[in-house]
Design a protein around this ligand. Structure first.
Ligand code: PLP
Length: 457
């Protein structure tokens, strides 16, 4: 049913004239025109023309409790009426960030003690970068300031976020990245493993590129390693089981801090509150955002482990860093309620015990067997699907990325919002999805795969 509240053409004209979209080719957008998404309910979004679309991306990896939750709207309205904003500078605080930081510390891995709030994942990675360098300076080692990251990592789009990230096209537009950040190999076995190399051996080899970088720079110059437990925007690249234990061993051996970026994986996506638990990683910082409020408010939280927390308190001295909206009371009230809902509805357990295993099973049974699909992989409710020309030699259609984009476009036209990055389709649905929702998504995806196959033949 068309939503008459919005006039599509009028909005498209205003959009083209005034609204610069993120990560967009504006020439292309002007020719195509935007689809106006005007409403959401549970796992579905609706455009201005009334089209229903099943959202396999939870917005942008964030709407974990689904759309249209009155509980979050009510709590935001209540907090706005009582105290819409006050800062946490100058030895002041409001109750909700205090309560939320305590709640996060309760559900986080045991070594996490403190929380620093921002408004986005990018901002919190800026905070993380500043904080680990500040830590080493407080410890009397300011020269220990190199951060090791990975090619194709995504850590956000501020100057520091893009510098930490390993996306070469973003680096090119930076015109000068934050200094002292180096990038090593991504643990992406599907493309980077040698023929015949086992997953385990590849995982160790990928981890040891971090050791090579430490030895090249000198351990006394390296502050930290940063990584997403599963590389998300880079294509849901799930590292082999041997990878993270080896990274942890290397960080410990050379006294390098371990920074995790859980902006996507935090708050239940992998079937644990944090992927640190899924992979058995003990991190010194964990960047989180997105699902902290299920995307209902812009809020991020940098979780800080006891090692850094202890130094900050014992050594003292002002950390010259913070944002007007650090600990925004409305965002934090929404975050608290969102975590309460995830707990009450048992969504993390459901992902671990039911929908996560079911997604993996159905990917293997229904999707991996399609002629266009080279591999499927998932952890919890986060999945990747490799689109290939030839399953046996893993070759791709040319130009690179075009085939996955074709499948994605058919999927969206067929009522399934899924994303393509290079030749990988990626999905990260709301945690409220059930087995039936997964079935519906794959019914629609299979239609899209068949249509794309016919066109690519
Ligand atoms: N880190 C990771 C792993 C992300 O996936 C993202 C966004 O997708 C970010 C950081 C940046 O978060 P934001 O877009 O909120 O700045």
């Amino acid at each position: 049913m068309t939503n008459h509240k919005y006039k599509l053409q009028e909005l498209q004209q205003l959009d083209a004239a005034h609204y610069l979209h993120p990560f967009t080719d504006h020439k292309e957008l002007r020719n195509a025109g935007s689809r106006m998404i005007v409403r959401g309910e549970g796992p579905f979004i609706y455009d201005s023309e009334g089209t229903e679309i099943l959202d396999a991306m939870a917005g942008l990896w964030c709407v974990n409790i689904g759309y249209g939750r009155d509980e979050l709207a009510d709590v935001a309205a209540e907090q706005m009426r009582e105290m819409p904003y006050y800062n946490s500078f100058f030895k002041c605080a409001t109750p909700s960030p205090v309560q939320l930081s305590a709640k996060i510390a309760e559900i986080a891995p045991p070594n996490i003690e403190q929380v620093f709030f921002g408004s986005s994942g990018s901002e919190s990675n800026d905070t993380a970068l500043r904080l680990v360098r500040h830590y080493w300076a407080l410890e009397g080692k300011p020269e220990k300031n190199i951060i090791i990251s990975r090619q194709n990592a995504y850590h956000g789009s501020t100057v520091a976020g893009a510098s930490l990230g390993g996306m070469s096209h973003m680096h090119k537009q930076l015109g000068g990245a934050v200094p002292n950040i180096v990038h090593v190999m991504a643990p992406y076995a599907y493309e980077l493993a040698e023929p015949g190399e086992s997953d385990e051996a590849f995982g160790l080899r990928a981890a040891r590129t971090i050791e090579d970088a430490i030895l090249a720079a000198g351990a006394d110059k390296v502050a930290a390693f940063i990584g997403e437990p599963i590389m998300g925007a880079g294509g849901v690249k799930i590292p082999p089981a041997s990878y993270w234990p080896e990274v942890q061993r290397i960080c410990k051996k050379y006294d390098i801090l371990l920074m995790l970026d859980e902006v996507i994986t935090g708050y239940g996506r992998t079937g644990e509150w944090f992927a640190a638990t899924t992979f058995g990683i003990e991190a010194d910082t964990i960047t989180t955002a997105k699902a902290l409020t299920s995307g209902y408010q812009p809020l991020s939280a940098l979780l800080v482990g006891e090692r850094i927390a202890k130094t900050l308190v014992e050594k003292g001295g002002e950390f010259y860093h913070g944002y007007t909206y650090s600990g925004h009371p409305v965002c934090c009230a929404v975050g608290l309620k969102n975590i309460e809902i995830i707990e009450e509805e048992g969504l993390v357990d459901r992902v671990r015990n039911d929908t996560g295993p079911y997604l993996a099973e159905q990917l293997a049974k229904r999707i991996a067997v399609h002629p266009l699909v080279g591999e499927t992989r998932s952890v919890g409710l986060m999945g990747g699907i490799e689109i290939v020309k030839d399953k046996a030699d893993r070759s791709r259609f040319q130009p690179g990325g075009s085939a996955a984009t074709k499948v994605r476009d058919h999927a969206i036209a067929n009522g399934l919002m899924i994303r393509a990055t290079d030749d990988t389709l990626i999905m990260s649905p709301p945690l409220i999805w059930t087995r039936e929702t997964i079935d519906l998504a794959f019914d629609r995806l299979l239609v899209a795969l068949d249509l794309a196959e016919a066109e690519l033949a």
